[in-house]
Design a protein around this ligand. Structure first.
Ligand code: AMP
Ligand code: MG
Length: 345
C-alpha cells in the first residue's frame, strides 16, 4: 500500500540527491512581490501561487498551466479577516464556515470585491476564497501579507500534484519557485461551496460534505448537478476530462478487469482496493480501503500507473458507502476518477 509521510520533504526526480524545492519563505515572498510564481504546499494539493492583485502575474498562471481563461482561480488567504478583503460582503454563514473549517479544505464562493480582477474569476462576478491548512503556506501568506491565487500546480487538465517533485515534473526552476512542504495530507482539491445565491450549493465535491456544511450554516446544502453550459465555469465539473493521465484510463468492475487482463493490447496497470493479483505483464497498485487514505494517495497512484509502457490504466470503481463523511469523500474521489477516465476530445 502507498505510504505518504507529510513530515518528510519530497525529493526531485534526480535520484533524490537534490530537493525538488526549498522551505525558504523569504525567497518566495521576493518572487511573488516581483510578479513571479511560487508553488506552495497545502493540505489538499500543491498550488501555483501568484499575487492575486497583480493581473499580469495572474495571467502568467493561466499561460503557464495552459488553463482556459474562463476557469476561475481560488484566492488563498491567511484568515477570515483577509478573506473579507476580496469579497463584496462577508455573511454570517461565511464567518461560521470559516470558524468551523479554516484553515482547511473548504473554498467559499461569494460576490467579488471590485478590485479583484476578472482575470482571477474567469470574468465572473464571484470569487472563491479559502485559507489552506499548511504551516509553511500560512507563514508565506502572512509574510506576503496579501491574497494569492493558487490553482493546482500542474498543466491544465492533468493529474494534480501532491508533492514538490510532482510540481517539478511540470514546471522548471526558471518559471516556478517551489516551496517544499512534503506530501499533501488530504490529497484531493477543496470542497467549493457557493453562498452567492439564495441556495447554498456545492460546486465541487471535496472531503467536507454537505451534511457538515449544513450543520454549521443551519440550512440545507445541495450538490450542484447542472452547471451552466456557457460563461465562467461554476465548477471544474464542466470539464469532462480533467485530472487525466497521459495513458488511456478507465473505471472498471472486477469482471471487466479479468477481461482486460486477457484482451488488452499491452500492459494494464490496475488501481484496485480488492486483493487481486495481476497476471504478467500486468500490474496492480493496491489502493487503501478507507476514503481518507484513498483520497490521499490517489493522484500519486495515478502518476505511478502513468508510465510510457502503460497501455491502459484500469481503476476499480471505489465503493460509495459508509457514514455521511465517508460518502462525501467517496463522492469526491469518484468525481475525480470519472474525469480522469473521461474520453478526451
Ligand atoms: P483548481 O484551481 O484546479 O483547484 O480549480 C479551481 C476551481 O475552483 C475551479 O475550477 C472552480 O470550480 C472553482 N472556483 C474558483 N473560483 C470560482 C468562482 N468564482 N465560482 C465558482 N467556482 C469557482
Ligand atoms: Mg486543478
Amino acid at each position: 500500500m502507498l505510504r505518504c509521510d507529510p513530515a518528510r520533504p519530497s525529493r526531485g526526480v534526480n535520484n533524490g540527491s537534490v530537493p525538488a524545492g526549498t522551505r525558504d519563505i523569504s525567497i518566495a515572498v521576493d518572487r511573488l512581490r516581483g510578479g513571479g510564481l511560487v508553488a506552495f504546499p497545502t493540505e489538499t494539493v500543491y498550488g501555483l501561487g501568484a499575487d492575486a492583485l497583480n493581473e499580469s502575474a495572474v495571467r502568467r498562471v493561466f499561460e503557464l498551466k495552459g488553463r482556459p481563461a474562463n476557469n476561475p482561480l481560488i484566492v488563498h488567504v491567511a484568515d477570515a479577516a483577509a478573506a473579507r478583503e476580496v469579497v463584496a460582503y462577508w455573511p454570517r454563514e461565511a464567518q461560521r464556515l470559516a470558524e468551523a473549517f479554516w484553515p482547511g479544505p473548504l473554498s467559499i464562493v461569494l460576490p467579488k470585491a471590485p478590485h479583484v480582477s476578472g482575470a482571477v474569476t474567469g470574468d465572473g462576478p464571484t470569487v472563491a476564497v479559502r485559507c489552506p491548512d499548511h504551516p509553511l503556506t500560512l507563514a508565506l501568506l502572512r509574510a506576503f501579507d496579501g491574497p494569492l491565487v493558487g490553482p493546482s500546480a500542474n498543466l491544465s487538465g492533468r493529474i494534480s500534484p501532491t508533492s514538490a517533485s510532482h510540481v517539478r515534473e511540470s514546471f522548471g526552476a526558471d518559471d516556478v519557485f517551489v516551496l517544499d512542504g512534503g506530501e499533501c495530507r488530504v490529497g484531493i482539491e477543496s470542497t467549493v461551496v457557493s453562498l452567492a445565491d439564495d441556495e447554498a450549493r456545492i460546486l465541487r465535491p471535496g472531503v467536507i460534505g454537505p451534511e457538515q456544511i449544513a450543520r454549521i450554516i443551519g440550512r440545507g446544502v445541495a450538490y450542484d448537478e447542472a452547471p451552466p453550459a456557457e460563461g465562467p465555469l461554476s465548477s471544474p465539473g464542466l470539464l469532462a476530462s480533467h485530472y487525466a493521465p497521459a495513458a488511456r484510463a478507465m473505471l472498471v468492475d472486477s469482471e471487466a478487469l479479468s477481461r482486460l487482463w486477457r484482451e488488452a493490447d499491452g500492459q494494464v496497470v490496475a488501481l484496485a482496493i480488492s486483493p487481486i493479483v495481476a497476471p504478467p505483464p500486468h500490474r496492480v497498485i493496491p489502493m487503501p480501503e478507507t476514503p481518507e487514505d484513498y483520497a490521499r494517495v490517489m493522484y500519486t497512484a495515478l502518476r505511478m500507473a502513468d508510465r510510457p509502457r502503460t497501455a491502459v490504466i484500469a481503476v476499480e470503481t471505489p465503493p460509495a458507502d459508509g457514514t455521511d463523511e465517508d460518502r462525501a469523500i467517496w463522492r469526491a474521489v469518484l468525481d475525480r476518477l470519472t474525469r480522469a477516465t473521461a474520453t478526451r476530445s
